[in-house]
Ligand binder design. Structure first.
Ligand code: IFM
Length: 445
């Protein structure tokens, strides 16, 4: 039996500025933390950087033509802050704005609705030199940036997301150090401070976006993973709650409930510094919550009692992607239901889901990626079950429209439904692209 999705379901694809645009030195763009990080020996695979990436800055008409052929109704993109404010704040670079003007116009010309993320990790380096997300003032600079971008594009862009994946911005970048700016603090204290700045920025930006972009919808994008116990022992089940508090609730509760989880705050002892009125600023009404989901989390007890994190378990014999992420579609269903019941969002969008696979061009000139087709099929099926169980899920953006710069992994991991030959910049739609095209066309699985 075929599974029918709601008639107005928003099928889309997603990308992000630094991962596809290239042209990092063009038209007055300033340096971002990812330019600096990638130029630091040992930080990215092969020393790869986003300097050229998919050259989308110049090839966007071709890429949008491919989206049109795919049949997507929506495209989730991000704006590069250093293109708009090369010095992070103050002077606006009109050439940077002009690029996004052209991009948005081209999308609309092709009947594709733009969903715009303001921050997908490319902070101007000059702001990082001043403390980055550890500096409370960065929240004001973010609000100014949101103001300029939404004044320029808000007549045509009606779907805004403030931040992509605060967990990565705060924990992976200021805790684990695997992402720019590469700061390390396993205690979670600096990541917690960064969270508070990011969320103040979010809270200050939301009313600005609404004022500058009449009748727009505003949300935030959280990467969440449903958490499971390794065994039924009391210790492992307690570890589930501990892990959920730090990877999910720490990031979802402030923006959706107006509070940080007390058990995490207690362990952090005094950080972040929450000033009177901060939680009211942070807790803005949102039109939707964007969920990025790639894997589940499995944990066990017996970890360091001083750590905010329990012990993660690598499930043996599991099916895995090239990122070594376990494939577990049921985790998406469980997560969507949990978000529905715990947070009652008006609307949920899956703003990213997809997988890296070892894709190759075969002698027939095509890219056959049956494992990605199955991955997408099984995750669409899980999403459909959640819809039928009452989740207010209204859209699905596949990550990614095309292969791109996968951060510290450089170009070694391919997430696209379109293959990119980085030597020639030729695009080749993969089998998964054609599979997705069929799903969109029929509106069913
Ligand atoms: O490529 C990233 C994206 O930038 C953010 N979400 C996860 C993707 C895959 O790792």
């Amino acid at each position: 039996m075929s599974l029918k999705f709601p008639d107005n379901f928003v099928w889309g694809v997603a990308t992000a500025s630094y991962q596809i645009e290239g042209a990092t030195d063009e038209d007055g763009r300033g340096e971002s933390i990812w330019d600096r990080f990638a130029a630091t020996p040992g930080k990215t695979h092969n020393g790869d950087s986003g300097a050229v990436a998919d050259d989308h800055y110049h090839r966007y008409p071709e890429d949008i033509a491919l989206m049109k052929d795919l049949g997507v109704k929506a495209y989730r993109l991000s704006v590069a802050w250093p293109r708009i404010f090369p010095e992070g704040k103050g002077r606006v670079n009109e050439l940077g704005i002009a690029f996004y003007d052209r991009l948005i116009d081209e999308l609309l010309k092709n009947d594709i609705t733009p969903y715009v993320t303001l921050y997908h990790w490319d902070l101007p380096q000059i702001l990082e030199d001043d403390g980055g997300w550890l500096n409370r003032a960065t929240s004001d600079y973010f609000a100014d940036y949101a103001d300029i971008v939404s004044r320029a594009l808000g007549d045509r862009v009606k779907h805004w997301m403030t931040f992509n994946e605060p967990l990565c911005i705060c924990w992976i970048s200021y805790g684990e150090g695997r992402h720019a700016p590469g700061k390390v603090d396993p205690s979670f204290r600096d990541p917690a401070i960064a969270t508070h700045t990011v969320y103040l920025g979010h809270g200050k930006a939301v009313p600005i976006l609404r004022a500058n972009s009449k009748d727009c919808k505003v949300g935030i994008v959280l990467n969440m993973s449903h958490v499971y116990a390794n065994t039924s022992s009391d210790e492992d089940r307690a570890a589930v709650l501990q892990q959920d508090a730090v990877i999910n609730r720490w990031f979802a509760d402030p923006v959706l409930k107006g509070e940080y989880p007390q058990e995490v705050l207690r362990k952090l002892g005094g950080v972040p510094k929450i000033e009177p009125g901060d939680m009211e600023i942070i807790h803005q009404p949102l039109d939707f919550v964007g969920i990025n989901n790639y894997f589940r989390s499995v944990v066990q007890g017996g970890g360091d009692p001083n750590s905010v994190f329990p012990i993660e378990v690598r499930v043996p014999n599991a099916d895995r992607t090239e990122m070594d992420w376990e494939i577990y579609p049921q985790g998406l269903y469980d997560l969507l239901m949990r978000v529905t019941y715990d947070y009652h969002p008006k609307e949920i969008l899956i703003t990213e889901n997809g997988c890296a696979m070892p894709d190759q061009v075969t002698p027939d000139g095509n890219v056959h990626d049956p494992r990605r087709v199955k991955y997408l099929h099984d995750h669409f099926e899980a999403a459909h079950r959640a819809i039928m169980a009452g989740a207010p899920l209204n859209g699905y953006f596949v990550w990614s429209m095309m292969d791109n710069f996968e951060w510290a992994y450089g170009y070694a991991k391919r997430f696209g439904i379109t293959y990119v030959d980085y030597e020639t910049q030729k695009r080749i739609p993969k089998d998964s692209y054609h599979f997705y095209q069929g799903v969109i066309k029929s509106g069913s699985l």
